[in-house]
Design a protein around this ligand. Structure first.
Ligand code: C2E
Ligand code: MG
Ligand code: MG
Ligand code: MG
Length: 276
């Protein structure tokens, strides 16, 4: 019976592997179609200004609604596309779709809130003029630059730091804020704060997930240090009132997480904005 159970487990694992592999290949083969035919949607998750308890901006996150495989989350398409350096197609799509939203909302007399959107390190190694492409979309869609912030994940800072420092400077020259995503998830450390001029640090959600004394001490000190350096902070993965009270006490600038809202499609953002 034991053997039988093992065999079943292996079979199950095999099927799952094969399914993942099929999705991976499907994603690589259809990324252009997904962009052109609107399979890619942009969801928005509010970041709450902790002092004012009001929405300050949204993080724009990609979702892939596939005619064959249904709803795909980023873990199913981001890494495969990064590996072949095609994720920039998705990242640029986010900005373009946001541009359309800004125009729609302006036409409807609605308040437009800023966004942060994600880029991957491989966007800088894809053999495209990333900065030129972003500049072009901002110009064509007439997006006010102060509405756009770029998130770069901490792990992307590994490798050639000159390349990344130049990238941060280029974005600043363009008039865009640069935010560091997932701080504390990788191996880089205080060097990052010294060597890069980030406007905002997003503290990885593992700290809220654990929320023991050690995690709290780290979050407290990161928030204090960032404040002294003139850098704003976001806590990711804020799920409870207890998290929020703690963040308020330690002077974190923004909170992002399910306590307020999951990422939602734009038509689920209330017209008068989220009220918390
Ligand atoms: P990220 O940039 O760190 O985005 C935050 C992730 O945390 C999102 O997952 C969000 O749904 C999730 N999250 C937010 N609040 C909570 C919470 O309270 N609890 C929990 N458990 N999770 C929360 P999502 O949308 O699945 O995205 C995962 C990652 O995929 C993102 O992490 C980002 O690295 C990447 N990604 C998503 N969209 C894009 C994109 O358009 N371009 C690129 N390059 N990467 C993207
Ligand atoms: Mg992010
Ligand atoms: Mg993050
Ligand atoms: Mg992340």
């Amino acid at each position: 019976r034991h053997l039988n159970g093992t065999r079943k487990a292996v079979q199950f694992y095999d099927d799952a592997m094969r399914q993942n592999e099929a999705i991976r290949l499907h994603v690589l083969a259809h990324v252009d179609k997904a962009v052109e035919d609107g399979w890619l949607q942009v969801y928005y998750q509010p970041l709450v200004d902790i002092k004012r308890k009001a929405v300050a901006s949204y993080e724009a996150l990609s979702r892939w609604s596939d005619p064959q495989y249904g709803f795909l989350t980023p873990d199913q398409f981001v890494e495969p596309l990064e590996r072949v350096r095609m994720i920039y197609k998705i990242d640029l799509n986010v900005l373009r779709r946001y541009g359309q939203l800004v125009r729609d909302w302006q036409a409807a007399g609605r308040t437009v809130l800023p966004i942060s959107f994600n880029i991957s390190r491989t966007d800088l190694e894809a053999g495209i003029d990333l900065f030129g492409e972003i500049e072009a979309i901002i110009r064509e869609e007439q997006i006010p630059k102060k509405l756009v912030h770029v998130e770069i994940t901490e792990t992307a800072l590994n490798g050639d730091s000159a390349v990344m420092q130049r990238a941060v400077r280029r974005f600043h020259d363009m008039g865009l804020e640069v935010w560091m995503d997932d701080f504390g998830s990788g191996y880089s450390s205080l060097n990052v704060l010294k060597d890069y001029q980030f406007d905002v640090i997003k503290i990885d959600m593992v700290f809220m997930g654990k929320f023991d004394e050690r995690s709290k001490t780290i979050v407290r000190d990161v928030c204090r240090m960032a404040a002294d350096l003139g850098i704003r902070t976001v806590a990711e993965g804020v799920e409870t009132a207890e998290h929020y009270a703690f963040l308020k006490e330690v002077g974190c600038t923004y909170a992002q997480g399910y306590l307020f809202s999951k990422p939602v499609p734009p038509d689920q953002i209330p017209e008068e904005g989220f009220q918390f």
